[in-house]
Design a protein around this ligand. Structure first.
Ligand SMILES: Nc1ncnc2c1ncn2[C@@H]1O[C@H](COP(=O)(O)OP(=O)(O)OP(=O)(O)O)[C@@H](O)[C@H]1O
Length: 233
């Protein structure tokens, strides 16, 4: 479970995350939905210990990321691509991540198969398409068999087949009782994937609930999104 409460982040005089609070429950896919610049990445970066909050807490299984003893075994994350060096093969990238986290080498082939890169393990990351790179990032996130997955805009770069595959993958991951939190600016994507939506705009949570609850009173989730965020005017 992920619990975020009263989170505040400032850059200079600008408040980019303003009292953000929500819970992502085990067994559910939670979608953080908002337009560009809404504060999604800033929130996820604090959650993953990559940035500090000015106020509030962001807990994974009751603990801040930085106090987790084996972070990769607790939470897998994907932010901005795989991070693999162009000259490394997919296998050697994963071997490096596994070794630095005490994860057995056998997981490398398992996660490559899981993300559909079973035949591409010896290819260099520099030769990967955007979608393959996303899959490689997801493979690294899955190495430690974490109970929590946090993904920032994971569908970016995926083709329709990849998007469908990811949706089914995340739904089944959550179906095993794990916690999945993903951000997106694509309401259609989250409408099909998330059990619970947290709509964020200008650093503030403007609505949260099931897709039906967020859409209530509007013709579609898209209309609700525009009404809640003031986008598209
Ligand atoms: N290091 C920084 N210094 C100054 N401003 C920043 C910094 N990082 C983020 N911001 C600002 O904070 C706001 C929120 O950005 P953030 O990346 O969290 O949004 P987002 O919802 O993830 O959007 P996107 O999908 O465009 O990444 C934006 O206005 C951005 O310009």
């Amino acid at each position: 479970m992920i619990e975020i409460s009263g989170l505040v982040k400032r850059h200079g005089a600008k408040v980019v995350v303003r009292e953000v609070g929500f819970t992502a429950k085990a067994g559910q896919v939670t979608g953080l939905l908002g337009p560009n610049g809404a504060g999604k990445s800033s929130t996820l970066r604090i959650l993953l210990g990559l940035d500090s909050a000015d106020a509030g807490t962001a807990l994974i299984g009751g603990k801040p990321y930085r106090s987790l003893r084996n972070p990769l075994r607790t939470v897998g994350s994907l932010l901005e691509g795989s991070g693999a060096h162009r000259s490394r093969t997919a296998r050697s990238h994963l071997a490096w991540v596994a070794a630095s986290n005490g994860i057995p080498r056998r997981r490398i082939a398992e996660v490559l198969d899981l993300v559909g890169l079973g035949d591409a393990g010896r290819k260099r990351a520099g030769a990967f398409s955007l979608g393959m790179n996303q899959r490689l990032g997801l493979a690294a996130a899955l190495l430690g068999e974490p109970d929590v997955l946090v993904l920032d805009e994971p569908v970016n770069g995926l083709d329709p087949h990849g998007i469908r595959w990811l949706r089914e993958f995340l739904r089944s991951y959550a179906g095993e009782g794990r916690t999945v939190l993903l951000s997106s600016h694509l309401m259609s994507e989250l409408a099909n994937t998330a059990d619970h939506l947290v709509v964020i705009n200008r650093g503030t949570v403007v609505h949260s609930g099931s897709v039906a609850e967020v859409s209530a009173g509007h013709a579609s989730l898209e209309d609700a999104f525009f009404a809640l965020t003031g986008e598209g005017r």
